[in-house]
Design a protein around this ligand. Sequence first.
Ligand SMILES: [Zn+2]
Length: 147
Amino acid sequence: MNETKNCPYCGEEILAGAKKCKHCGEWLEEEPKPVTVKPEPQSPITVMARPTEQRFSQPIVINNTVSSRSNGIGTAGFVLALISAIFCWVPGVNWIIWFLGALFSFFGLFKRPRGIAVAGFILSIIDVIIIVAVIGAVVGVASSLFS
Ligand SMILES: [Zn+2]
C-alpha cells in the first residue's frame, strides 16, 4: 500500500492510494480505478472465452437488429394476408384486407429479410384462390336463385 505515483495536477510524488494530493490539494478520486481494472484481461480463461462468446452472440445480435429494423411492410403484409385467410369467407371488406396484404407483401419482397414477405405473398396467393372460390360460390348461388 506504500506505492507511489505522480500527482496528475502538480507532478509531485504522492501515495498511490491517496484521494487528495498533499502538495496541491487536488482530489484524485478517479485515478486509482483504471489501475485495479487492468489485471482482468490477463487471465487466460476470460481471454479464451471471449472469441467464442462473440462468435455465437454476434450473428444473433445482427439478426435481431436487422429483423426488427427493416421489413415492417413485409410483416404487415403477412399479418394482413393471415387476417384475410381467417376471414376469407367474408365478402367485401376482406377483399380490401387481402389487397393491402398482397400489396404490402409485394413491396416487402424488395426488403432485406424477405422470409416474412414471401410467406405473406404466398398466403395472399392462397387467399385469392379462396376468395375466387367464394365469389364463384356466391355467383353460383345467385345464378341458381334467378334461374
Ligand atoms: Zn498535486
